[in-house]
Design a protein around this ligand. Structure first.
Ligand SMILES: [Zn+2]
Length: 226
């Protein structure tokens, strides 16, 4: 059997992977349905160009902070079935290890090792790329606009809220306020505004030193000063 090769984007429909799809131009845009609390809402917004794979086994390991240990290791193993260059929408603000360059390098090596020419395969080399890892979310919005992307489409068609209200973004969860900051710094006011939430909840965390993301903190402060 000829191995499937080409560019595969691990896609969630959130802002980062939505922008990456536009800029990186994958052959396969892959959504892995993990059946978490927010999967249904994510799936309802996917277009026909997205390939959906069902994978309910990780759901039971999701922690209250939404982290599933080893998530991206599992997802890259699934993505490798569809091609050999795999992109993950990791950003400068992501701190989990399965979104860093060390992870990308080691996992590329491991998957390429397993996929060496053998009795079952002609072999393929697998690369894992993190095209946005050097960028903050605000810089990603900027790149997207510079690449000819429609900022209002990125704002309205991407969705990553943890706690939607009547199907709409809440403005008061981590993905919501980070998205609001990213657009605000690019001169786009998205709704609902997260300004009050940031002043009330995030600002005290930054001031007491427990927020812990230096570059992003500067962006948050700049956004609420606008
Ligand atoms: Zn939200």
């Amino acid at each position: 059997m000829a191995e499937r090769t080409g560019k595969v984007l691990l896609y969630s429909g959130g802002m980062d992977s939505f922008a990456l799809r536009h800029i990186w131009k994958p052959d396969v845009t892959l959504y892995v349905n993990l059946h978490t609390a927010y999967s249904e809402r994510e799936i309802s917004r996917l277009d026909d160009g997205v390939t959906v794979v069902d994978c309910p086994l990780l759901r039971e390991f999701e922690r209250p902070n939404k982290i599933i240990p080893l998530r991206n290791l599992f997802l890259t193993c699934i993505a490798a079935q569809f091609g050999n260059v795999i992109a993950i929408g990791a950003t400068a603000g992501d701190r989990v290890r399965d979104k860093d360059f060390e992870f990308a390098s080691r996992t590329s090596d491991l998957l390429s090792y397993i996929w060496r020419p053998d009795h079952w395969t002609e072999g393929k080399h697998i690369w894992i790329e993190l095209p946005f890892k050097h960028l903050t979310k605000a810089q990603i919005v900027g790149e997207f606009i510079r690449a000819g992307g429609d900022a209002s489409a990125l704002a309205t068609q991407s969705f990553s809220c943890y706690a939607p209200v009547d199907g709409n973004a809440c403005g008061e969860c981590k993905p919501c306020f980070r998205k609001w900051v990213a657009f605000k710094l690019n001169g786009v006011d998205i709704q609902p505004s997260s300004g009050d939430y940031i002043r009330r909840v995030i600002l005290p965390q930054i001031e007491s030193g427990i927020y812990g993301r230096k570059e992003e903190e500067q962006e948050i402060l700049a956004a609420i000063a606008l």
